[in-house]
Design a protein around this ligand. Sequence first.
Ligand code: NAD
Ligand code: UDP
Length: 315
Amino acid sequence: MKKILVTGGAGFLGSHLCKKLLEEGNEVLCLDNFFTGSKRNIIDLQSYPYFELVRHDITRPIDLEVEEIYNLACPASPIHYQYDPIKTIQTSVMGAINVLGLAKRTGAKVLQASTSEIYGDPKVHPQPEGYWGNVNPIGIRSCYDEGKRCAETLFFDYHRQNKVKIKVVRIFNTYGPNMHPNDGRVVSNFIMQALRNEDITIYGDGSQTRSFCYCDDLVRGFIAMMATPDEVTGPVNLGNPGEFTIKQLAELVIDLTGAKSRLIYKPLPSDDPTQRKPVIDKARELLGWEPTVQLREGLQRTIAYFEGLIREGVA
Ligand code: NAD
Ligand code: UDP
């Protein structure tokens, strides 16, 4: 049994990760300030005797005895990370310094949930880890993109300077149950709109692309990355290389829900990346990992989850 800290553990991905780590017989400390996370996501985990909830803001130092740290604390949806952009940067940068300080003191391994936003609006397609990206440093997405880029820099500097054992994964758009119904990201927006027969809001002309990974695949990748030998630091892309336009996603959601929704077009937010697709050769080689859940199947599971929330009257 390992003692493992998951920051952002009450969020969408954090809650799936905590559950998997508990099922594998570990002791899990779930740290969250509940900015975008919810108690509902972790309510079932309270029945595990080795689950512990720590209400804490990662911008403040923490002192715990742990062997592994997964650093997920940070709002991930543009509407939430743009709500208080200064706080978003603080969360990424101070959060990284605090988990790295803890790892330095305890000797714990620490995994950073980084992002495909490192590549910005990429001029190289698909995106391999060696691509340095095309990021606007002063735009509305910069608080998130540059915060995450600075966090990666801190991870590698703590590794070089203090020999901290680091693991950096770059996550590409991941979706599934436990996303907040008002999360604001495209998959949850489209499903909630379709289930209510409301208009589906496409930003821009819907020709921009994303590659969607199902949460269970992603969590398997996290755990495989943590288990690699110390010399494997990453960064390693984790995502599903299947690439879809946003319009195709909308049509698939309408097809799967049988909704009577119309597609409506709204202005494209500035700096919205036009294309995104991971190269996952490194994940295949180093982790023996690749995604197994295709978009149609993952959407069906996610739709069933949101239908459940509507039935219970909580969405
Ligand atoms: P989420 O918003 O559901 O989860 C983030 C969690 O962090 C929430 O529980 C939130 O309350 C918590 N949090 C935010 N600020 C905090 C702070 N200052 N102190 C403590 N807790 C704080 O988002 P998610 O999709 O689960 O993303 C988890 C991580 O993965 C994030 O770091 C995100 O940047 C990264 N990521 C996710 C995706 C994706 O597609 N889901 C893609 C790339 C990167
Ligand atoms: N998007 C959209 N309608 C929505 C929400 C998002 O068309 O209701 C678009 C958004 O402009 C972007 C894509 O879907 O091009 C993915 O957006 P999301 O916020 O999920 O993630 P990110 O842009 O960070 O990849």
